[in-house]
Structure formats: structure tokens, C-alpha cells
Design a protein around this ligand. Structure first.
Ligand SMILES: *Cc1c(COP(=O)(O)O)cnc(C)c1O
Length: 342
């Protein structure tokens, strides 16, 4: 039994999901003739109370499309210093859109309206790049699965409106945030210009993301997706996995959150661990005591069939997910309790 806690992207489609995919009705989605893709797009748009959605092969492409939609070359976006759009999308913001990033020193990947307001360049001061977009992440990835207080989004939105800025949500793990906070997704639809969501993280689909927005913006997004090479043909088979995941795998995210919390509670009692970041959803970040070798520790766990990852700077990460089942959880708790680290 291999236990992979490296990421929630490692899940494999279940028998039932595969069966659902197998039976999908498909067509050529580049001609907008795939009924299953259309169903998925409309389902997700409706969830957020927005007009339209577009299916993407990856969250990166959905985010990059959003940046392209909202900016012109030479302009600047505002994001947290740990933002996925800045750190983990291959420099796409500058490559695809020719924009620079003004990075804020947020709290666990979350930024405030005051910070945003303070980072906007005066549009009359033509020496500086024109600020045109604010990107936030919920939950935060590098921030350890932290969830925004929705009120903060409303405050940031006010700043955006006052300064003519677009507001994009990288909602790769929005489902985790919705389950953890009980927020209403339609409220998200009212605050953000665009929202990207992932089906291939906690929801357990093998692939897929969507960008959600108003109909006009999604129509523009269609061309950008084409340019980026994201127009796909009989892709309803993959969209079907997403529909299955949305119908079956959202509520159970609470199990992932509980298990992460239980791991966090145990780890904070262990003498060889110096710090456990607060656990809000399915990501657990912790640090070993000074002088302990984290690579050695990772190897030691690997010998016991438990795979975790290092985030650098002494931080280690575990992510719970659909394929991390209760028997595995018991074994991991037991192993951590018993293992000798020195
Ligand atoms: C995973 C993730 C994405 C998208 O990643 P892809 O691998 O391109 O699907 C975007 N933002 C965040 C915060 C993520 O965790």
C-alpha cells in the first residue's frame, strides 16, 4: 500500500467515474458540438450564478487566459508573493500577456484590501506600469490551504471598482474553501470578473479546469484558449469525469479536511516538530526542529510507503485527498507516532 500525500492531484479515476466517462455523449468541442462539455460548462456557470464557463485542459491555462483577458502588454497585476499565477505557471504572465506582477507580502498567501489599495500605481503617472488586475487564490496553495474571509473579497472588490481594476480568483481549490466555510458560490460570482476552478485536485477528476465569467468575456476567452492550443475535440469524455466529480466528490472533501486536521493535531504534539501551520482544509505544512535533515526524514517515510514533499526553506507538506482512505490515515497516524527522528 503506497500512500501518496505529495498532492491532491495524484488521485486516479474510480471505476464509477471511468464508467461515467465511457458512456459520455461527445462531439467536436472546437465547433462547440460536444454536449457533455456544454453540460459541464453550464453546470459550473450556474453554480457560481454566472452566465458562462469554458472548459480548459489545465488550471494554468485557465488562469493565463484570465490574465490575457484583463490586461494589455506593459500593464501590471497585483497578487500575493506566493501566488500560483506568479510562481508556478512558468512565467506565463510575462510570456503570454507581457505583464509584470506587483507582489504583496500577504498572510499565508492572502492579501487585504488595504494592501491592494497601496499597490495601485497612479494611472496619471505614466512612468509606472498601469495597474489593471488583481489576482487572489482561494484556498491558497503555498499558504497551506488557508481560506479567505469572504468579507475581504468584498473589500478588495470595492477597491477594484474604485480604480477600474479587474478581479480574478484562482479557485483551483475553491471547492475546499466552499466546504470549509459554507460560503455561497453565487456570492463569488457577484464579486469576481473571472473565476478559474480545477476538477483535477480534490474532486479527483483526471484532468480539467474551467474559467467562469459573463457570456461576453467567455466568448473572448474562446479565442485565447484557441491561441494557447487549448481547443479540444471529443473531450466530453473528460468533461464527463468533471460532471461525475461535481456530483459525487464535493461533500466528501470534509473527510479530507478532518484527516488533515487530525494529522496536524498529532504533529503539533511531536517533540521533533517545531511548527505546524494552522490546518483549515486539506493541506498541512510543518517544519522539523532545527538541525534535523528533512531529506532524510522524507526518505525514512518513503521506506514506510508514505510519500510527502518538501517546499524548501525547511517546510514539509502533506495533502489529503480522495485516494487517501481511512485505513491509510490510521497507518500514517500510527507511523508518525512511532517513528524516531533525530
Ligand atoms: C493546481 C493549481 C493551479 C492549476 O494547476 P494546473 O496544474 O495547471 O492544473 C492553479 N492555481 C493553484 C493555486 C493551484 O494549486
Amino acid at each position: 500500500m503506497e500512500i501518496n500525500l505529495v498532492s491532491d492531484t495524484v488521485t486516479k479515476p474510480s471505476e464509477e467515474m471511468l464508467r461515467y466517462m465511457f458512456n459520455a455523449k461527445v462531439g467536436d468541442d472546437v465547433y462547440k458540438q460536444d454536449p457533455t462539455v456544454i453540460e459541464l460548462e453550464s453546470k459550473v456557470a450556474t453554480m457560481f450564478g454566472m452566465e458562462a464557463a469554458l472548459f480548459f485542459p489545465s488550471g494554468t491555462m485557465a488562469n493565463q487566459t484570465a490574465i490575457k483577458l484583463h490586461t494589455q502588454p506593459g500593464e501590471q497585476l497585483i497578487a500575493d508573493k506566493w501566488a500560483h499565477v506568479y510562481n508556478y505557471e512558468g512565467g506565463g504572465a510575462s510570456f503570454n500577456s507581457g505583464v509584470s506582477c506587483c507582489l504583496l507580502d500577504g498572510n499565508r498567501g492572502m492579501i487585504t484590501a488595504e494592501q491592494v489599495a497601496g499597490a495601485i500605481n497612479d494611472p496619471e503617472f505614466y512612468h509606472s506600469p498601469l495597474t489593471s488586475l488583481v489576482c487572489v487564490e482561494n484556498t491558497t496553495n503555498k499558504g497551506g490551504g488557508a481560506c479567505y474571509d469572504f468579507e475581504e473579497f468584498k473589500r478588495i472588490k470595492k477597491v477594484c471598482d474604485a480604480h477600474n481594476l479587474k478581479f480574478h480568483l484562482d479557485g483551483a481549490r475553491i471547492w475546499n474553501a466552499l466546504v470549509a466555510t459554507n460560503d455561497n458560490p453565487e456570492e463569488y460570482g457577484r464579486v469576481f470578473d473571472t473565476i478559474s476552478v480545477c476538477l483535477s485536485k480534490g474532486l479527483g477528476a483526471p484532468i480539467g479546469s474551467l474559467l467562469v465569467s459573463d457570456a461576453k468575456t467567455i466568448h473572448r476567452a474562446l479565442r485565447i484558449r484557441k491561441i494557447l492550443g487549448g481547443g479540444m475535440r471529443q473531450v466530453g469524455y473528460l468533461a464527463a469525469a468533471g460532471i461525475y466529480a461535481l456530483d459525487n466528490n464535493i461533500i466528501r472533501l470534509a473527510d479530507d479536511h478532518r484527516r488533515a486536521k487530525e494529522l496536524g493535531d498529532l504533529l503539533s504534539r511531536l517533540p521533533w516538530i517545531i511548527r505546524v501551520e494552522p490546518v483549515e482544509t486539506n493541506i498541512l505544512i510543518f517544519s522539523l526542529k532545527e538541525g534535523l535533515d528533512e531529506n532524510l526524514f522524507i526518505e525514512k517515510l518513503k521506506e514506510r510507503n508514505i510519500h510527502i514533499s518538501s517546499m524548501g526553506h525547511g517546510k514539509l507538506r502533506m495533502v489529503t485527498h480522495l485516494d487517501y482512505r481511512e485505513v491509510m490515515h490510521s497507518y500514517v497516524l500510527e507511523t508518525f507516532e512511532r517513528i524516531v527522528v533525530k
